[in-house]
Each structure stands twice: as structure tokens, then as C-alpha cells.
Design a protein around this ligand. Structure first.
Ligand code: KG4
Ligand code: ZN
Length: 345
């Protein structure tokens, strides 16, 4: 079989409606991401029912614009790859049903893709760099997940550990809300932290020695305690200006604690499992101090996607679709979405 593929990717697991056309798992021909972030911002987080409704309203246009930007019709595509999970059930269903409809109408194969695996494959989309060499140590940090995985080959994952409570991105989002910084919290904390001193507060680092797991809830509570001490009337979800609250310092010290643990544990795991390279992906991998800490502390190459591929997109779904199509995966048209699908295989 020829190794040349052109895959249509579709992603609707959270609050981005996205479609992309990717060739050979590495070259993005077109990629569109319609973000709902501004709609959810007023609620301080993703509102699941509104997310699925917004996906329904935009998905057809997003796919059709992606195909026309790529100057291809479905007859020039080899397969349709769609996020099957993990994610919000109602949102996943919208992408899945659209993919099934297109597959049925065109006769193209349908491939259900794991969203976490796809974050790792966003690194293969940096086509001017050589492909990473195995074994690889992958850190996936997003709004819903913090996962440390060992990849000995393509599509082969050994999950080493993950968060026991909040995901790293979730911690950023919750602390941002607490500080009145808005949603999504990651970029807001990063910006506020630029003017702060990371040493100003000594926040706890949960090392969880002897495991490859993470925990961020103690850190979140420590920030909450500092805020409550200064602002006893604080109620969850209140978004008021907070005069007198050392927002920049709290943001900087919180961010420094997250960076220390993520970088420290990942580098230790890479050494233990003799990884040749580190892959660092998912929405939180857009964080500048985290990227810098990895680059300056790692003794082996650290690969991370460019900023636009850190957060959710469909090119990464198509990148996995390429690998899975060549490996012979063909899914039946009655597959269900898997909202809590771990990364395995
Ligand atoms: O991968 P992603 O787009 O969606 C999920 O699959 O969850 O990740 C979204 C998460 C959010 O929690 C957001 O606050 C975080 O990524 N994020 C960041 C940054 N940009 C996005 N966290 C820290 N620093 C950033 N610059
Ligand atoms: Zn994601």
C-alpha cells in the first residue's frame, strides 16, 4: 500500500469546533479552529450544553471551509478521522455523527481517534524537524488531563501516571477564577505572572515520590487560603476587582510551583526509562515559563508543538488518523463516543 495519505480530521471534544486536511501525517494543507472560548468566558468555564449546541451550529461550515481551503473534495481524501474521546459526551457526539454521515455518504473509512494520543502527534506536524526517535517520554497537559506516557513505538503507550485530582490546566483555570482573571485561565495567569515574583509565596509542590502521579489540589487550596486571608468575604465564582490582592505575585508563585513539578517529574521519568526525547503537548504546553524551563533543564531534546497546535485542533487528529489508517484501522459506522477513554495500546 502506498504510504501517501490525505486525511480529513474532525475535533469537537471540548469547546473548539475544528477540521483539518493533513497529508502523510505531517503536512497541514488546511486547518480551521472555531473557538467558543469567548462564549464560555461569561460562565468562567465550559458550559457543556452550550458547547454541543455551538458545535452543531458551526461544524458543517468549518468542515466545508477546510475542504475548500485545501482545494479538495471528499473524493480526494483517504479517510475521515474523528475524536472519539475523551471529552464532553454531548460535544463528542456532534463530531462523531458528522463524521459518520460523511463516511456513509462518501464510502470513506471512519477512524475514531483518542484525543490524548492526538496531542502527542501534534509534534509530528512540525514538518521541518526530523521525526522524534523512540523511546519517547510524553507529557500531555490539558484542561482535563495530566498524563505521563512512555512511547516505545508509534501508537504504543505505557501510561506511567497522571493527576490524582485536578489536571494542570484545570488548576490554572480554577486559580485564575479565584484571582478574578477570567477564562481560559492559563494565558491569563501567564500574563499576570509576568509582573510578579515567583518567590513571593512558598506554595507546596506535591512530589508524590515513588509514583509518576501528580496532584494539584493542595496547591490550589494554598492559593485559596492566601486569598481568603486577605479577602474573607470571597465567594466562589465571584468576579470582582480585588484591590489590594497581590495578584501578580500569587499568579507567579502558583505558576512556578506547577512548572517545578511538571518539569521535575518528567525529566526524572525520562531518565528512569532512558527516553531519547521528550514530547510535551496539550493546551498547557503553550505556557512560556514551562517551555523555557523544559528547554533549559533537559539534557535530551524536548519537542513541543508551536503555540497554535498546543491547544485543541483537528490537524493532530488527522496526524494520528494517518498512522492508524496505515496500520489498518477501520471502524464500524456504529461506534460510540468514549468520554473517559484512557490512553492505552
Ligand atoms: O488541550 P486544550 O486546548 O483542551 C483540552 O483538551 O482540555 O487545553 C486547554 C487548557 C486550559 O485549561 C487552558 O487554561 C490551558 O490549556 N492553557 C494554558 C495556556 N494556554 C492554554 N495553561 C497555561 N499557560 C498557557 N499559556
Ligand atoms: Zn486537548
Amino acid at each position: 500500500m502506498s504510504e501517501d495519505t490525505r486525511i480529513l480530521g474532525i475535533e469537537t471534544s471540548c469547546d473548539e469546533t475544528a477540521a483539518a486536511v493533513v497529508e502523510n501525517g505531517r503536512h497541514i494543507v488546511s486547518s480551521i479552529v472555531a473557538s467558543q472560548a469567548s462564549m464560555h468566558a461569561q460562565y468562567g468555564g465550559v458550559f457543556p450544553e452550550m458547547a454541543s449546541r455551538a458545535h452543531i451550529e458551526t461544524i458543517y461550515q468549518v468542515i466545508s471551509n477546510t475542504l475548500s481551503q485545501a482545494h479538495v473534495g471528499l473524493e480526494a481524501v483517504d479517510a475521515i478521522a474523528v475524536t472519539r474521546g475523551p471529552g464532553l459526551a454531548g460535544s463528542l457526539v456532534v463530531g462523531m455523527n458528522m463524521a459518520k454521515g460523511l463516511a456513509l455518504g462518501s464510502g470513506l473509512p471512519l477512524l475514531g481517534i483518542n484525543h490524548l494520543e492526538a496531542h502527542l502527534y501534534s509534534i509530528w506536524l512540525v514538518e521541518d524537524e526530523q521525526e522524534p526517535s523512540f523511546p519517547l517520554l510524553g507529557l500531555i497537559v490539558s484542561g482535563g488531563h495530566t498524563e505521563l506516557v512512555l512511547m516505545r513505538d508509534h501508537l504504543t503507550y505505557q501510561r506511567l501516571g497522571g493527576t490524582l485530582d485536578d489536571a494542570a490546566g484545570e488548576a490554572f483555570d480554577k486559580v485564575a477564577r479565584l484571582l478574578g482573571l477570567g477564562f481560559p485561565g492559563g494565558p491569563a495567569i501567564q500574563e499576570a505572572a509576568e509582573k510578579g515574583d515567583p518567590e513571593s509565596f512558598k506554595f507546596p509542590r506535591a512530589w508524590l515520590e515513588g509514583t509518576w502521579n501528580f496532584s494539584f489540589s493542595g496547591l490550589k487550596t494554598a492559593v485559596l487560603r492566601e486569598v481568603r486571608e486577605r479577602q474573607p468575604e470571597l465567594e466562589a465564582g465571584v468576579e470582582a476587582p480585588r484591590p489590594g490582592l497581590p495578584i501578580a505575585n500569587l499568579a507567579a508563585a502558583f505558576q512556578a510551583a506547577v512548572v517545578d513539578v511538571l518539569v521535575g517529574k518528567t525529566l526524572a521519568a525520562a531518565e528512569t526509562f532512558e527516553a531519547k526525547e521528550i514530547l510535551f503537548a496539550g493546551g498547557v504546553s503553550a505556557n512560556k515559563p514551562l517551555r523555557e524551563a523544559f528547554q533549559s533543564q533537559a539534557k535530551i531534546p524536548v519537542r513541543m508543538p508551536p503555540l497554535e497546535l498546543c491547544t485543541d485542533n483537528a490537524a493532530m487528529i488527522a496526524a494520528v488518523g494517518h498512522r492508524r489508517f496505515l496500520a489498518g484501522q477501520r471502524d464500524a459506522l456504529d461506534i460510540d463516543v468514549l468520554p473517559t477513554w484512557p490512553i492505552t495500546g
